[in-house]
Design a protein around this ligand. Structure first.
Ligand SMILES: [Zn+2]
Ligand SMILES: [Zn+2]
Length: 260
């Protein structure tokens, strides 16, 4: 199974997952052109994408979805409540490309499982994708790391998890009070510290690729996110080059192309 973060951050998110049989995207939150370019950069043909799975209706996750669906006739998968919010933002779509995902879908030999995430969208989701005995998990836009999420993702080989902000940078930064409150709430975004603790929670005997993603452009720095999480792990005797592989997803180009 191949995994690649095409783009990750508050400015737009899209993740490619696939194998020789089936290929999907989770979110397409930049323009269609940007997503096409990223796919071509990793030598994938946009025509081969068999589905776009939507985590939630915020623009940084859906911006290119309508364009890509129309141009390449790609089905879009979202839960029913999210569809209620998507209809007006995605433009005209073929009825057959509007697919409701409740819990699970199979695309070729990929098994995609949806789970609830705590975020201020109507019904936001995370996804795991399984093929054979390999499993990938996408967990971004979460206000806190719930036990449901933990149980769903803990046996994954690859986890892309949100390391959105540094709490002090949010508190003392320029955002208006209400926005700060939203980001720091239980249904906002996961801080670097909480991300580190979440990773500790899913440590087991299985060696994992852990990718830090969805970094805020205003309230974080890549080095700060990485060092904060790394230090939390090292303090608990985790070897970040052996027990897990810890990396960062890039904001504006494909990164973490992993073949497992
Ligand atoms: Zn969001
Ligand atoms: Zn987001």
């Amino acid at each position: 199974m191949k995994f690649c973060s095409l783009y990750s951050g508050s400015s737009g998110n899209s993740i490619f997952i696939g194998n020789e049989h089936g290929k999907i995207l989770v979110d397409a939150g930049l323009s269609g052109k940007y997503i096409e370019k990223a796919l071509i950069d990793i030598e994938e043909n946009p025509r081969d994408i068999a589905g776009i799975f939507i985590t939630h209706e915020h623009t940084d996750h859906i911006k290119g979805v309508g364009v890509l669906s129309r141009k390449y006739n790609i089905p879009i998968f979202a839960n029913e409540l999210t569809w209620g919010k998507l209809e007006s933002s995605l433009g005209k779509l073929k009825d057959e490309n509007k697919v409701i995902i409740d819990k699970q879908k199979e695309i070729k030999d990929l098994l995609i499982t949806r789970f609830d995430t705590p975020h201020d969208a109507v019904a936001s989701s995370g996804f795991t994708v399984q093929s054979g005995n390999k499993k990938v998990a996408i967990v971004t836009d979460i206000g806190h790391f719930s036990s449901e999420i933990k149980n769903t993702i803990k046996d994954s080989d690859i986890v892309l998890i949100e390391s959105n902000h540094d709490v002090e940078m949010v508190k003392f930064g320029p955002y208006p009070y209400m926005l700060k409150k939203r980001i720091l709430s239980n249904v906002g975004h996961l801080s670097n510290d909480d991300c580190g603790r979440a990773i500790l929670d899913i440590m087991d005997h299985k060696q994992k690729h852990i990718i830090l993603g969805h970094l805020s452009n205003n309230n974080n720095y890549p080095d700060l996110a990485y060092e904060t999480v790394k230090n939390i792990l090292i303090d608990e005797n985790v070897d970040v080059n052996k027990d897990i592989f810890l990396t960062l997803a890039k904001r504006d180009m494909p990164s973490n192309y992993i073949d497992i």
